[in-house]
Design a protein around this ligand. Structure first.
Ligand SMILES: Nc1ncnc2c1ncn2[C@@H]1O[C@H](COP(=O)(O)OP(=O)(O)OP(=O)(O)O)[C@@H](O)[C@H]1O
Ligand SMILES: [Mg+2]
Length: 225
């Protein structure tokens, strides 16, 4: 079966510094794959490179066809969406405005309402905080907003970069509940290795955890220079 996401020999650089070297990995339909590595190993760079947010070379294909290598817009349009490390929310704007920006490619008010309702269903607190300035949300709420904003793009695959950093276990659980099926959450909580898991609201996920999670990806871990 064709993998949903296939990364082949992906390298990335910041100026003259190569931060990622020849990484290959694949994500099957419904799979929740974890990328593990110490600080500076290149987990965030891998996600940025998949999205075309950093200069890169190699091949990335999504559902069997190539993703353009330097076009984050095209990735989002195809349904490949990143929740960046540090959340990347627009702090001076309201929760509602942040969610609107997540759906910036959409020009259909009915579909907008449907997506927003789904976010409220997953994170009821976002409905309560709709008019609040995003920068004044708690850390956990900001992470919910970051995931919610990504979901407003209607992703087919979600790239989560350290979604649990600094959050209480209960909040982590709420966020993973939004992104992963039950089996994945259980595996994450117990910290044991786990293989492929079933369907989720946004199909497969590719999180970057810096502690034990579902499936360790050797290529991503071992080939970083
Ligand atoms: N904007 C940048 N300019 C120059 N070098 C960078 C930049 N961003 C990251 N790097 C370098 O690239 C390497 C990989 O960084 P990256 O952020 O991908 O690591 P990481 O695995 O996500 O680490 P962490 O667990 O700390 O988030 C590091 O050596 C880092 O210093
Ligand atoms: Mg990182």
């Amino acid at each position: 079966m064709t993998p949903v996401l296939e990364v082949r020999q992906l390298s990335a650089r910041y100026g003259r510094v190569e931060a990622l070297h020849d990484i290959s990995l694949s994500v099957a339909d419904g799979e929740f794959v974890a990328v593990l590595g110490p600080n500076g190993a290149g987990k965030s760079t891998l996600m940025r490179a998949i999205m075309g947010l950093v200069a890169n070379s190699g091949d990335v294909s999504f559902c069997g066809s190539a993703l353009p290598r330097q076009s984050p817009d095209a990735c989002v349009a195809r349904g490949v969406v990143l929740v960046p490390e540090g959340r990347g929310i627009f702090a001076p704007m309201t929760v509602a405005e942040n969610l609107e920006l997540g759906a910036y490619l959409l020009n259909d008010s009915v579909e907008f309402e449907r997506r927003q309702a789904r976010v409220f269903n997953l994170f009821p607190r976002m409905r309560e905080r709709l008019d609040q300035i995003a920068g004044s949300l708690s850390g956990g709420e900001q992470q919910m907003l970051a995931v919610g904003r990504a979901l407003m793009a209607d992703p087919k695959i979600l790239l989560l970069d350290e979604p649990s950093l600094g959050l209480a276990p209960k909040v982590i659980d709420e966020i993973l509940h939004a992104c992963a099926p039950q089996q994945g959450r259980a595996a994450y909580r117990s910290g044991r290795a786990e293989g492929a898991i079933g369907a989720s609201p946004v199909q497969p996920c590719l999180p970057a955890f810096s502690r034990p999670a579902d499936r360790r990806n050797r290529s991503a871990h071992d080939q970083v220079p």
